[in-house]
Design a protein around this ligand. Structure first.
Ligand SMILES: Cc1cc2nc3c(=O)[nH]c(=O)nc-3n(C[C@H](O)[C@H](O)[C@H](O)COP(=O)(O)OP(=O)(O)OC[C@H]3O[C@@H](n4cnc5c(N)ncnc54)[C@H](O)[C@@H]3O)c2cc1C
Ligand SMILES: NC(=O)c1ccc[n+]([C@@H]2O[C@H](COP(=O)([O-])OP(=O)(O)OC[C@H]3O[C@@H](n4cnc5c(N)ncnc54)[C@H](O)[C@@H]3O)[C@@H](O)[C@H]2O)c1
Length: 479
């Protein structure tokens, strides 16, 4: 099953389009059916628009602290032109989608606009059929040896806080707003909620962040989350902790959000950022023998196989780590496996991720939480306030954290909290994936002065910590 195999992909986000590129490169005939636009939610409503918004917010952030570096504004201070920011975001997302579509077409992928579902019927030789209802009103039955489902996820809705797209919004609707909110309530302090709350706060909007947990970013590094929470508070954001939003109702020129203690927050707009649900309905999954997990996501193994013969799945619909990079990897793995090429099963241990707040939180590998829960490892933290370059650039918070296996000093995880941390995590990700020891990293030359100098400093510190840990244990063992 190689040259000339017919592959049909449902969904054109990173899971789908990366799979399509891999499959054509392996000689398959590939059709991709996408209903919203190539690039999927990642490009049209999620990753690309949110990070473009954050690019504008970041710029305002750096200008705000210019006086600390001796730069004084003489004229009008800068302010956000929200309509220009949103127009740029929509434009950039549309261009990115068009770029990916052109690339797919150039590589030989047949791209169809419309919605598709698997048919339960099987061909005589076990081939599958996918019914595509196309945007031009026609219907096509596509025969395939291999089907990939990469349909992504949709913003979760609370029954009493349904978005109306004007005052109560989910994150996909934020880019249609014509003017800056007078006051924005963000419900949910996961990564989406925290990124939007931070960006709007930087644009000058009063923000109230409703966090159902003890702290913002409950699933992230606790020290990193504490930095973000204190930055948010310092910048005037109201954080309503340990409260759930029960309802949001529209009033004349705004919205009232009711919390679980009965209190209410009045604002001009409310962003619901309470997670996502997988897109699994109307796909014919049950009839085709594709099993779902209890969470509603498609069950897949480490090579992206579902429970149905020749049907694969990739990305957010599988409930794996919901990241564009992971969706793309699952899509590539699916095609390599299905088309008989060399394949490495999915390994999430080395996934690097980043939260685009100011400062950013980037992490890779084993987490502090796993160490706190008993993993035999040593953790070291170097605050950036010690770093000369950080001082020159006026950075007042942030740190580098490294985690090493106590037994052999191999670096198994790390966190960087700094402006641009997404770029500084790569050396740590390389260390984790190549099983570099703290000693090896400690001996690498870094530029002086540089933020990355704190990474090798952390490695030197780690070497000492592992050494002390060994001495402590040896002493404990002595009678
Ligand atoms: C606000 C936000 C910001 C994010 N930022 C980042 C980030 O910075 N970095 C990162 O790595 N991840 C980020 N993510 C996560 C990332 O967006 C997802 O992990 C990624 O989009 C998953 O890709 P996918 O291919 O599984 O699905 P999607 O990108 O959701 O694409 C699936 C596509 O399939 C289409 N589809 C569904 N059903 C059908 C059907 N029946 N027929 C045809 N087409 C169909 C959908 O309309 C959609 O266009 C962010 C998520 C959110 C919500
Ligand atoms: N920078 C990035 O890479 C990036 C950005 C955004 C999202 N993502 C991905 O998407 C995933 C999902 O993130 P998310 O933030 O969209 O969802 P999430 O499920 O991680 O967070 C939603 C939060 O809302 C809270 N919540 C739910 N109901 C609530 C209520 N009624 N009132 C108040 N709070 C409530 C939940 O407790 C949770 O903390 C992330 O794990 C990440 O992988 C990545």
């Amino acid at each position: 099953m190689r040259e000339g195999s017919r592959v049909v992909i449902i969904g054109g986000g990173p899971g789908g389009y990366e799979a399509a590129l891999t499959a054509v490169q392996l000689g398959a005939r590939v059709t991709l059916v996408e209903d919203k636009g190539v690039g999927g939610s990642a490009v049209l409503t999620d990753v690309v628009p949110s990070k473009t918004l954050i690019a504008s917010a970041e710029w305002l952030h750096s200008v705000e602290s210019a006086d600390q570096l001796g730069i004084v504004a003489t004229g009008e201070p800068f302010r956000a032109s929200f309509s220009a920011i949103n127009a740029r975001i929509r434009d950039l997302a549309a261009h990115q989608s068009a770029d990916i579509k052109n690339r797919l077409i150039t590589e030989g992928v047949d791209v169809l606009a419309g919605r598709a579902a698997i048919s339960s019927a099987l061909g005589a030789d076990g081939t599958r059929f996918v019914r595509a209802e196309l945007a031009d009103g026609t219907v096509r039955d596509l025969e395939a040896e291999i089907v990939l489902i990469a349909t992504g996820a949709t913003p979760r809705e609370l029954p009493d806080a349904k978005p109306d797209g004007e005052r109560i919004l989910n994150w996909t609707q934020m880019y249609g707003l014509g003017e800056l909110p007078r006051h924005l309530v963000v419900v949910g302090s996961g990564v989406t909620g925290a990124e939007f709350a931070g960006a709007y706060n930087a644009l000058g909007v009063p923000v109230s962040l409703v966090s159902s947990r003890d702290r913002v970013l409950p699933n992230e590094d606790a020290d990193g989350a504490a930095v973000i929470e204190s930055v948010f508070a310092r910048r005037g954001m109201t954080i309503v902790s340990r409260r759930r939003a029960m309802a949001a109702r529209r009033v004349e020129d705004g919205v009232i959000v009711t919390l679980d203690d009965g209190s209410e927050i009045e604002a001009s707009h409310c962003l619901m950022a309470v997670g996502s649900t997988p897109n699994t309905s109307h796909l014919g999954l049950q009839e085709a023998g594709v099993s779902l997990k209890e969470s509603g996501h498609i069950m897949v193994d480490k090579v992206s196989r579902t429970t149905a013969f020749r049907v694969y799945a990739a990305g957010d619909v599988t409930g794996s780590l919901p990241l564009a990079s992971v969706a793309a990897m699952q899509g590539r793995i699916a095609m390599n496996h299905a088309l008989g090429d060399y394949v490495e099963p999915l390994d999430l241990a080395g996934v690097a991720s980043n939260i685009f707040t100011a400062p950013e939180i980037a992490s890779v590998g084993v987490s502090q939480q796993e160490v706190d829960e008993g993993l035999d490892a040593v953790v070291t933290v170097v605050p950036l306030t010690r770093n000369p370059r950080a001082k020159m650039q006026g950075m007042t918070e942030g740190f580098v954290k490294l985690i090493a296996d106590s037994a052999n000093r191999v670096i198994i995880g790390g966190v960087v909290v700094a402006p641009g941390a997404s770029e500084f995590i790569l050396p740590i990700a390389l260390a984790v994936s190549s099983r570099m020891t703290a000693d090896e990293m400690a001996s690498v030359f870094t530029v002086y002065p540089s933020l990355s100098g704190s990474i090798t400093e952390a490695a030197r510190q780690l070497r000492t910590s592992v050494h002390s840990e060994h001495i402590r244990r040896a002493l404990e063992r002595r009678p």
